[in-house]
Design a protein around this ligand. Structure first.
Ligand code: CA
Length: 424
């Protein structure tokens, strides 16, 4: 099916500010509360939120096989479960309706009142009910940096890392949408001389610059997803801040891996940008040496060129860009991650979320965490107000941004933002 919604020459009758993340070529999906306190599935063009539940009731999706209440839900799980053919039909239809030459909704003031909202009138919610969340560790630079800092610079990368997309099962209950404050966690830390563990608010609170992909129901228990079929099971991506308490993490992570140092909060951007919208930005990933086992071998370009930024904003202060990275630095692609995740027969369901792991690039300004940017606090960052940061302070807001850009179009994700509140 042609992705007519991606046509870079298309313009909308809705206003789209210059450098907007949401031109008519994006058409992301999200869930929001309207000014009338109704929850609905929607999309966004420019700074206008669009109520897809209302549009469906008014007949704008006639001819597409959709259940009546598909968009009148508090999550996208059922829509995502309908599969890629439906996603494409709906996204193309939305594009057609908002094309500047299309009358219909454009010229119907009554319908426009029911369908269109300014961003100030709505409140974004979590876009999916995340059943399971998995976090990978797919950036070679990040794994090398963390291996050097936590273990041994001589053997920073363990032998399995180049063979397996390493991951662990995270906690979905604490995934929150952008704008939700994050409480500094309390926990145990490494013992001092007296052998008794420390206990109290984390002193080394960090962000992790990640993205996450959201799947449809991919496989029954006991079956697997072949790598060639992986992408058709990926609905789209969000920005993902996998907040981490490095002092809690360092004491607890051997022998079984991350636990309370990670599961107190993860923030996502609320609009899911479809894999289809990112198609013009497809690119090859890093060369893989040694060659992966056959079930992980991929033929075409499976990475995406997405600029990523991490920003620290002190309370009442200016934004400070502290990292510039790119999704294309990921060593293991999303296809490889999904093929690996299911190779043992583990079933993946609609709305599941898979984090990339922190995405660090090759240069020091492209590291995706404070742990790496300050080299565990040895080289503090200077902010524009003259203050220093080794890690994240109370009342700091951390913002992740991401966008793709070529001569024709810019597709972005909006903000993934969270303010740190003092420990309880
Ligand atoms: Ca992580």
């Amino acid at each position: 099916m042609p992705l007519t919604a991606n046509d870079p020459t298309r313009k909308s009758w809705l206003d789209v500010p210059a450098n907007s993340d949401f031109p008519i070529q994006n058409i992301p999906f999200g869930v929001f509360l309207t000014r009338d306190d109704v929850i609905t599935i929607g999309t966004r063009i420019g700074d206008t939120a669009i109520d897809l539940g209302a549009m469906h009731q008014l007949g704008y999706f006639k001819g597409i096989d959709l259940t009546d209440d598909l968009f009148l839900q508090d999550s996208l799980n059922d829509f995502i479960a309908d599969g890629r053919k439906t996603w494409r039909l709906v996204r193309n239809r939305i594009s057609d309706i908002f094309l500047h030459t299309s009358p219909g909704l454009r010229d119907d003031q009554e319908h426009r009142k029911k369908v269109l909202f300014s961003m100030e009138e709505i409140e974004m919610q979590l876009p999916v009910d995340v059943g399971d969340y998995t976090d990978f560790y797919a950036s070679k630079e990040h794994a090398t940096n963390v291996g050097s800092l936590f273990r041994d610079p001589e053997n920073a990368l363990l032998p399995n890392w180049l063979r397996i997309p390493i991951g662990y099962h995270g906690r979905s209950s604490s995934i929150v949408p952008s704008g939700t404050p994050v409480r500094r966690p309390i926990g145990q830390t490494k013992p001092g001389e007296d052998g008794i563990p420390g206990f109290g608010p984390s002193k080394l609170l960090d962000f992790e610059l990640e993205m996450a992909f959201i799947t449809t129901a991919t496989n029954d228990l006991g079956k697997r997803v072949p790598i060639e079929e992986a992408e058709e099971n990926i609905f789209g991506l969000v920005l993902f801040n996998d907040w981490s308490a490095r002092d809690i993490q360092a004491w607890e992570y051997v022998p079984l891996g991350p636990f309370l140092g990670k599961n107190f909060a993860s923030t996502i951007s609320p609009w899911i940008v479809t894999l289809d919208a990112l198609e013009p930005f497809r690119t090859a990933g890093p060369v893989q040496d040694p060659e992966p086992l056959p079930y992980l071998q991929q033929s075409d370009a499976k990475n995406f060129d997405i600029h990523l930024q991490a920003i620290i904003q002190p309370e009442n202060g200016a934004e400070n860009i502290v990292a510039n990275s790119n999704f294309k630095y990921m060593y293991w692609s999303m296809s490889q991650q999904l093929a690996h995740h299911t190779v043992n027969g583990c079933n993946v369901r609609s709305g599941d979320m898979m984090g990339s792991g922190t995405i660090s690039g090759p240069t020091k300004d492209s590291y995706g965490s404070m742990l790496e940017l300050t080299w565990r606090g040895q080289n503090p960052l200077q902010l524009s107000d003259g203050s220093e940061r080794k890690f994240i302070n109370d009342d700091d807001t951390v913002i992740l941004r991401g966008f793709c850009k070529n001569e024709d179009v810019r597709i972005g994700f909006g903000d993934c933002s969270g303010k740190v509140l003092p420990a309880n």
